[in-house]
Design a protein around this ligand. Structure first.
Ligand code: SF4
Ligand code: SF4
Length: 355
């Protein structure tokens, strides 16, 4: 069994558990004294302010913040102590939207989405409601955490779920340091089980992608060359296949912000992000084609804004009032954490955005 090495900010009663304290940190100091430009000033230089949606193609639904892991850099501040869970009533409101939306993709996230007691029912109903592509962001260890989850690979296969899984490194040491003791071994077993039902195999339609995020205060390297290294190591050492590696930049919020401050890396990291700003990455940031829905049905520009409690700037703020035309006509709420999406090749839940 994997053992969390730390606790959520909420459980530690850290000041950073409060979204307004995070936003204050991101607005003060180097950004208020003019040392670094704010994100709004930066994108204004390339006439991209205000940031506007293209059109909603992806509904990303966070079905709860509970997780069996407590990873060091989690932007959700998830963990076993988090009790926020989407109810069936809110799921029904989401299904009503799925029936009528022009969005083609449903992206289920958490916490560990599989821990929501209505997770399987929701997936089945979402498929019936017409969701074309369904993504589940699985932390892998949940597939091994309890007998009741052991058949999830079969369930995913039956519903043709696209599985996207975190795997910060191909070595035990680096993975366990970031995600908790024992996570690497359990993740390897879970990947082998997914491969055994066909996930991630060459030419398989059952999509299995892995997500890499850096283990410290640095930006990810080149996605394609990292993918080669991951594929070689996981195949040689464990016989594991997967399709794509998505390299994601850690955004300076929640537990990663806490880590940056505690390790005295906050300012250096913000300098790195601002130095690596890539105006062409702004076109493809995920908030331009995604709406994020929280466990209690509120709407956000992205999962990061959800954690910062920045609801969409629209008359429509809840899934029960969903109106796609109104939501497509809004200004996206930004702050300095957005630099994490536009550094280098850019970063989104689908990995780099400008390759
Ligand atoms: S990063 Fe993912 S697996 Fe880790 S604590 Fe957060 S939600 Fe759970
Ligand atoms: S953090 Fe969210 S709002 Fe900001 S650029 Fe990234 S996706 Fe968009």
């Amino acid at each position: 069994m994997s053992k969390p090495t730390q606790q959520s900010l909420r459980r530690r009663q850290s000041e950073l558990a409060m979204a307004n304290n995070q936003l204050e940190k991101l607005s003060n100091g180097i950004f208020s004294n003019g040392e670094l430009p704010t994100f709004a000033e930066k994108i204004n230089q390339s006439d991209q302010f205000p940031l506007r949606p293209t059109k909603i193609e992806i509904l990303q639904i966070n079905v709860g913040y509970m997780c069996n892991q407590v990873c060091e850099h989690c932007h959700v501040d998830a963990g076993p102590d988090r009790k926020e869970i989407m109810t069936k009533e809110t799921m029904n409101q989401c299904l009503e939207v799925i029936r009528n939306t022009k969005a083609h993709t449903l992206d289920l996230t958490g916490g560990a989405p599989e821990m929501n007691p209505n997770f399987r029912w929701f997936v089945e109903e979402a498929r019936k409601a017409g969701a074309k592509e369904i993504i589940v962001r699985s932390n892998l260890t949940i597939l091994r955490a309890n007998k009741k989850y052991y058949d999830l690979p079969e369930f995913f296969k039956e519903h043709n779920i696209h599985v996207i899984s975190s795997m910060p490194h191909w070595t035990r040491g680096k993975t366990d340091k970031q995600r908790g003791e024992g996570v690497f071994d359990q993740s390897i077993k879970a990947l082998q089980e997914l491969n055994a039902v066909g996930y991630g195999m060459p030419d398989s339609q059952l999509k299995l992608d892995l997500v890499y995020n850096p283990s410290g205060a640095f930006l990810p390297g080149d996605q394609k060359s990292m993918e080669k290294d991951f594929k070689k190591a996981l195949l040689e050492d464990f016989g594991i296949h997967f399709h794509n590696l998505l390299a994601i930049t850690n955004l300076p919020i929640s537990r990663f912000l806490d880590y940056l401050i505690a390790s005295d890396n906050y300012e250096d990291y913000m300098y790195q992000l601002v130095d690596a700003f890539n105006p062409s990455a702004v076109h493809n940031v995920m908030c331009r084609n995604t709406i994020s829905v929280s466990w209690d049905g509120y709407l956000y520009d992205c999962d990061f804004n959800q954690m910062l409690e920045l609801k969409v700037n629209s008359k429509v703020q809840h899934i029960s009032d969903y109106n796609e035309d109104l939501l497509n006509d809004r200004d996206i709420i930004i702050s300095q954490h957005c630099y994490g999406c536009t550094a280098g090749a850019g970063s989104s839940c689908q990995g780099a955005v400008t390759n």
